[in-house]
Design a binder for this molecule. Structure first.
Ligand SMILES: [Fe+2]
Length: 401
């Protein structure tokens, strides 16, 4: 069978030039039954386009786990560790994920209550609403008019003890359709993004990490390739009392993070320090990949010897520990990448399977459901990786530092 590829259907708001290499609909393959050679092709396409969509797929939780694992054969447990979220009720992820008992690497997500489903007698699913996470919220009046927010821009990753998963697979089981909603950025800009309900509300409003890097001015590119981010231990517990910015792209700094001695036991050797920019293993391109809510500190290397970049930031290097400063820099670097023109909101249909390059994009849940919208259910799988992402090479530093 020949594989056919088709570009993702982009919304009017998208800049088709910037997103031309993002996402492909794949036809002519059954992702539940790939030969070794077919899988290799899929793997290459994934790293080339960062997201693949298969339509009308039949996929058991076992097959979804097997497919996800094929991208990293040495990986075994869910991205946060099997059942780790179920067992830590303080984690902000706790309400969003229900583990499928038979295949604990696969989570059931969505909205509404399902009964006798895949070994779960009753599962109450709750689509994350920005009013549980943001410092300021859309008024009830505006929400009734269809305005909404991005929830939280993120990479799927524990960012403590476990390495960030290489891919995430999302498989749509039940998708109620509904009216479009309008995402307001509310960050001092008038930016807005129209998103279809059945679409957005679900994951992923995807923006490509590589665009985020490509569009930066030279001084921020230089800073990004010289930087490593230290994530807080147990970041989702650490941030559990803090509130997010209106864009969902980071946390408001008001010293509400839990003190380190109030966190579950942790050790320095399990803390993650990751490059700010991750190298695509197939294309060699650089993806700016930071989980802005979980970041705690930034280590910046000095400019390479002999480099004299005009306007260079921190030319002698630095170790930034002040959360306000860390977050301001990250916002400056990451906000351009979530411009409405760079976002792909996926319009979900039942039996859609999306595989996305979790080390190459940020994504966010969007929107809000009413009870009357009906049950929404998806299966999500990602696996703690067998290695950490690689940063820029010597050649990249030569080009950008
Ligand atoms: Fe996610």
């Amino acid at each position: 069978m020949t594989i056919e590829l088709e570009p993702f259907p982009l919304p009017e708001t998208a800049d088709s030039k910037s997103l031309k290499d993002f996402g492909r609909v794949v036809r002519g393959l059954d992702p539940a039954n790939l030969t070794e050679q077919e899988f290799k092709e899929v793997e290459n396409l994934l790293y080339q386009y960062d997201a693949l969509l298969f339509k009308d797929v039949k996929l058991s939780p076992e097959a979804q786990y097997a497919l996800t694992k094929a991208f990293d054969p040495l990986s075994e447990s869910y991205g946060h560790g099997n059942n780790a979220i179920k067992d830590d009720k303080r984690s902000i992820l706790h309400p969003d994920l229900k583990t499928i008992p038979r295949v604990p690497q696969v989570q059931l997500i969505g909205n509404g209550t399902v009964y006798n489903y895949e070994g779960l007698a009753e599962a109450k699913l709750k689509h994350p609403h920005h009013n549980t996470f943001h410092k300021t919220v859309i008024s009830a009046e505006d929400e009734a008019k269809g305005f909404t927010r991005f929830y939280r821009w993120h990479i799927d990753a524990a960012l403590y003890n476990h390495s960030p998963p290489k891919v995430t697979t999302l498989y749509a089981i039940n998708i109620p359709q509904g009216p479009k909603q309008v995402v307001k950025y509310d960050d001092g800009t008038e930016d807005k993004l129209v998103v279809p309900l059945g679409t957005t509300v679900c994951n992923p409003a995807v923006t490509t990490g590589r665009n985020t890097f490509d569009i930066l001015p030279p001084n921020l590119k230089s800073l990004a390739v010289r930087s490593r981010v230290r994530y807080s231990p147990h970041p989702y517990v650490w941030m559990s009392s803090a509130k997010a910015l209106p864009t969902g792209l980071g946390i408001v700094s008001e010293d509400l993070e839990l003190p380190l001695d109030k966190l579950p036991p942790w050790e320095e050797s399990k803390v993650k320090v990751l490059p700010m920019v991750w190298k695509n293993p197939v294309t060699g391109r650089l993806h700016l990949q930071v989980h802005p809510c979980a970041a705690g500190e930034i280590f910046i290397d000095p400019l390479p010897a002999g480099k004299d970049r005009e306007g260079a930031l921190y030319p002698n290097g630095a170790h930034l520990k002040d959360l306000r400063e860390v977050r301001e820099i990250l916002y400056q670097i990451q906000r351009p990448g979530i411009a409405p023109s760079l976002i792909y909101p996926h319009n979900w249909n039942e039996r859609d399977l999306i595989i996305f390059h979790n080390r190459g994009i940020l994504h966010s849940v969007v929107g809000a459901f009413k009870d009357s919208d009906g049950v929404r259910a998806l299966h999500q799988c990602n696996l703690a990786a067998s290695d950490d992402p690689l940063g820029p090479t010597e050649e990249d530093l030569e080009s950008y530092a």
